[in-house]
Every structure is written in C-alpha cells, then in structure tokens.
Design a protein around this ligand. Structure first.
Ligand SMILES: NC(=O)c1ccc[n+]([C@@H]2O[C@H](COP(=O)([O-])OP(=O)(O)OC[C@H]3O[C@@H](n4cnc5c(N)ncnc54)[C@H](OP(=O)(O)O)[C@@H]3O)[C@@H](O)[C@H]2O)c1
Length: 226
C-alpha cells in the first residue's frame, strides 16, 4: 500500500506531441500532477542535461513515463555511429538514467510506477530498424531488471509496446500509400489512436495496477499475431 496520500506527480518525457501528449491529457483527467519538460529543459541526448534537470526538480516524482523516442531508419550498411548512439541514448540509456535518479525517492515514499514506452519492433522487426529494435529490446531487459529490484518497495515497472500509432513519427517514416498498405497487415484494419495507448499507460501508472510488474503489454490491433 502507498504511504502517500493526495495527488500523485508524474514525469512524462516527450510530452509535446503524439503518444506523450495523449498521456498528458489522460493523466490530467485522472487528477495527476504533471511534469512534462520540453526538449529545451531536458535534452535526453545529453547526460549532463538529464543530471542537471533531475537535480533541480525540487519535488518527488511518483510516476515516471519514459515516452520520448526516436526511430531514424537506416539499412545496416548505412547505419552511422551518430544514429546508433542517439537511438541507444534517447530510447534506452536516458530512461535508465531517469529511473535510477528517481527510484530512491519512490523507495522512500513506498510507492512508484514506471512505464517505458517500447514498440512492437522490440519483438518483431523490419529492414532498417536495427538501431531502434536494439534499443527497444534493451528497454525490455531494463524493465524486467528494474521490476525485480524495485518490487519490494511497491514500485511497479512495466513497458507498453504500441504497434502502428497515428503520430508524426509514423507519418515521417511512412508515405500515405505505405500507411494504406500497413493497415492491411493489421487485423483491426487501422492504426491506433494515441489515446488508445494512453489508456493502457494510465492503467499501469496508477493504483489500478497493483500487481503487474516486469511485463511488456502489446497494444497493436493484432499486428504481431499474424
Ligand atoms: N508512433 C508510433 O507508431 C509508435 C509505435 C511504437 C512505439 N512508439 C514509441 O512511442 C513513443 C512516442 O512516440 P510518438 O510517435 O508519439 O513520437 P513523436 O510524435 O515523434 O514525438 C517524440 C517525442 O519525443 C521527444 N524527443 C525526441 N528526441 C528528444 C530528445 N533528445 N530530448 C527530449 N525529448 C525528445 C520529442 O520532443 P520534440 O517535440 O522536442 O521533438 C517528442 O515529444 C516513442 O518512444 C516511440 O518509439 C511509437
């Protein structure tokens, strides 16, 4: 049981648009205080920016949503060092750094929820996705490792793996024609709305979830079943 009463506070990375914005809106309806730094305030590419941001937070964070992510598609032979380093830093190492920094206060308060936004490309993959798939698969390992270590403190750590969601990231990586083709690969015949991902995150991030930890919850309209 949580030792804290009253409103919980959530930190959401990448809350400016897409899935992150939908999570902000969903949490707002849930009555959760929201800390959603812009990239200017917290640049996940920079270790010093993360450390500086965390050290000046000045309030306990009960819920961490590691949502920000990048997916620069490059075939293996063309993957450059900058891309692989950025993919690992933003999608995997920054979530780890934030979780490591915020977990001690969650432990002290006897409550915490961490939700990492993964991807179906952590489970299956596609040409040009090596940096992204590597990072998102790593996030799965991190989710399980932290779940085991933090469970005794009532800190539950899970990951959500969206399939194709109708966001700028998806539109940037696929033409309209490609999106029509993708819909045919999804048993539900459509992309997800960001709000449908946010709903699952809201469950995992609140006290409604009291026993799920270390899991990857796939929200893909059946895409990975085929
Ligand atoms: N869209 C999909 O179909 C899909 C599917 C599976 C998984 N996902 C995952 O879901 C998450 C959100 O995706 P989305 O589609 O909503 O993405 P999006 O629309 O491209 O938004 C990405 C967010 O991440 C932030 N961000 C990027 N680089 C950053 C940096 N260096 N420092 C701080 N913030 C940074 C962006 O901030 P700015 O506004 O400053 O750019 C933006 O808020 C990602 O982890 C993605 O991998 C998405």
């Amino acid at each position: 049981m949580s030792r804290i009463t009253g409103k919980k506070t959530a930190m959401i990375t990448g809350g400016s648009r897409g899935i992150g914005l939908a999570i902000r809106e969903r949490f707002d309806r849930e009555g959760i205080n929201i800390v959603a730094p812009t990239r200017k305030e917290l640049d996940l590419l920079s270790v010093s920016s993360i450390d500086a941001y965390v050290s000046t937070l000045g309030q306990p964070i009960d819920i961490l949503i590691n949502n920000a992510g990048i997916n620069n598609i490059q075939p293996l032979a063309e993957v450059d060092d900058n891309n692989i380093q950025a993919a690992m830093q933003i999608n995997l190492l920054a979530p780890f750094r934030l979780a490591r920094a915020l977990a001690p206060t969650m432990k002290e308060r006897g409550y915490g929820r961490i939700v990492n936004i993964s991807s179906v490309w952590a489970i299956v993959t596609k040409t040009g996705r090596a940096p992204y798939s590597m990072a998102k698969a790593g996030l799965g390992g991190m989710t399980r490792a932290l779940a085991v270590e933090l469970a005794p403190y009532n800190i539950l750590v899970n990951a959500v793996a969206p399939g194709y969601v109708d966001t700028e990231l998806t539109r940037q990586n696929n033409t309209d024609d490609q999106i029509e083709g993708i819909k045919k690969l999804i048993p539900m015949g459509r992309l997800a709305a960001p709000e449908e991902i946010a709903e699952v995150v809201a469950f995992l991030a609140t006290e409604k979830n009291s026993y799920i930890t270390g899991q990857l919850i796939v929200v893909d309209g059946g895409f990975t079943c085929l």
